[in-house]
Design a protein around this ligand. Structure first.
Ligand SMILES: NC(=O)c1ccc[n+]([C@@H]2O[C@H](COP(=O)([O-])OP(=O)(O)OC[C@H]3O[C@@H](n4cnc5c(N)ncnc54)[C@H](OP(=O)(O)O)[C@@H]3O)[C@@H](O)[C@H]2O)c1
Length: 434
């Protein structure tokens, strides 16, 4: 990259005639660095990078950054500066929340990729932005480089969306698609993901659904205009998925993916995150490795799909810079905004679906009869019974699929089954999405 002055990056647009829009970057890590690279390599975007702020900033300095960009570790000096847009890329809740709030309160628009912050404080911070006549954009906070949030904001805002479903966690998708393709145990797939940098040493947030749940919360806010506290959305772990589940799923024409879904019906938002059976030939079934996919369902426009890289410095930086350009355009053209009101629906995970129940049992006569008796007592209809040959009788996996019923109807039957003397593990219960 050639060394040049930020003032040379003079462009068209901006608030004041042809002057560029001044942009400050807080957080010079993986994404921040990639954002700076795009801003400095492409001088025709109407944007001028004025500050780079990071703790221990001396260690961060790069020769390719134009000489007149101010390097600082003092966030307050950035908030007092004449920057019109602040990009927050430090992540986490503290001090990111204080920084974003402070920037908005001082009349600066903010672009962030911080899913934790938006999932927790999004509606509140959007209100602060509106009160101060500025904008808050967070297009990179869900699905990284996949422009699903901008699509919800612009291309789909004319529709009335009632459903959003997605593969939102690349780590889970990598692990599940590796178990699928290599029929390796979950623990081996996790170790491989960690060795390749697709999973953190402590991957609990990913595996147990916390990460995807935060993203679903943001999608529900942006697309379904629903305020949801992330912790009220049920999240099921993928840790209990076994290689044999892919064999049984394949017999049903399905595979297994971690799906995040939200359906708005009247005043209730049905929402949950967890592993589900999906048809092998469906859009979800075809998503491999660490890609993300989001499907939206609208009253007028029907179904739409968005697929791509859900993480990575460069794809995420594209989403951040696109948001910055969008905000800068608004600053140059005056305030645009038709805002939608946000409702606070009742949250439920009581979806009605067919179900996949997998048992690991110590084989003995009467097992199927006993399970069928419990299911019948709870008015649950068996759709099929699957048992692959070749397993040891001491630890035999087999599957019962059920016709559609509500989660709340199934739950008491599962409780009753959990005490059966022949069960070696808790029954794995997965929704089947057709
Ligand atoms: N990476 C991705 O693929 C991706 C995808 C989508 C969204 N995001 C989101 O983008 C944001 C940035 O992610 P990242 O991957 O770029 O993180 P990162 O590599 O850890 O970078 C964060 C940067 O912020 C600095 N920082 C942290 N706390 C600070 C503080 N209190 N004051 C000043 N500087 C501070 C860090 O400095 P040190 O180097 O000293 O720690 C580091 O340079 C996060 O919200 C993340 O969730 C990332």
């Amino acid at each position: 990259m050639s060394q040049r002055s930020a003032k040379d990056t003079v462009q068209s647009g901006g608030k004041h005639g042809n002057a560029p829009c001044r942009v400050a970057l807080i957080g010079f890590g993986t994404v921040g660095r990639a954002v700076a690279k795009i801003l400095c390599e492409n001088g025709d975007r109407g944007l001028q990078l004025t500050h780079i702020c990071n703790r221990n900033v001396e260690k961060k300095k790069q020769a390719w950054i134009p000489a007149d960009v101010v390097w600082t570790d003092d966030v307050q000096s950035v908030l007092r500066s004449d920057a019109e847009i602040v990009i927050e890329l430090i992540g986490g809740l503290t001090p990111a929340e204080q920084i974003v709030r402070g920037a908005l309160e001082s009349g600066k628009s903010v672009v962030t990729a911080n899913k934790q912050l938006i999932a927790r404080c999004g509606p509140d911070l959007l209100q602060v932005a509106a009160n101060h006549g500025c904008q808050l954009e967070f297009g990179a906070s869900v699905a990284g480089g996949v422009p699903v949030l901008p699509a919800l904001r612009t291309g789909l805002c004319g529709d009335r969306l009632h459903g959003i479903a997605g593969i939102l966690n690349g780590t889970c998708n990598y692990i599940l698609s590796r178990i699928e393709s290599a029929r390796i145990p979950f623990s081996e797939a996790l170790e491989e993901a960690q060795a390749r940098g697709y999973a953190e040493a402590d991957a609990s947030e990913d595996l147990d659904g916390g990460d995807a749940r935060a993203k679903l919360t943001i999608l529900a806010l942006a697309g379904l205009h629903s305020r949801v506290a992330a912790e009220t959305v049920r999240a099921r772990t993928i840790r209990s998925i076994d290689a044999v589940d892919f064999d049984y799923a394949a017999q049903l024409g399905c595979t297994i993916r971690q799906i995040s879904r939200a359906d708005l019906k009247g005043d209730t938002l049905f929402a949950e995150v967890g592993p589900c059976l999906v048809p092998q030939d469906s859009p979800f079934g075809r998503v491999q490795r660490n890609l993300n996919l989001v499907l939206t369902s609208g009253q007028y426009g029907g179904d739409m799909a968005f697929l791509g890289a859900g993480a990575g410095g460069d794809p995420t930086a594209v989403a951040v810079v696109s948001d910055v350009m969008f905000v800068a355009e608004g600053l140059s053209g005056g305030k645009r905004k038709a805002t939608s009101s946000v409702a606070t629906p009742h949250i439920s995970s009581d979806f009605e679906t067919p179900w996949y129940l997998r048992f690991f049992v110590r084989d003995q006569p009467g097992i199927v009869a006993r399970l069928a008796e419990i299911l019948a007592a709870h008015r649950l209809n068996i759709d099929s019974l699957l048992q692959k040959p070749g397993f040891e009788k001491a630890s035999l996996p087999f599957v019962i699929t059920l016709e559609p019923c509500r989660d709340s109807q199934l739950h008491p039957a599962l409780e009753e089954m959990s005490g059966l003397e022949f069960a070696l593990r808790p029954c794995l219960c997965l929704p089947i999405l057709r």
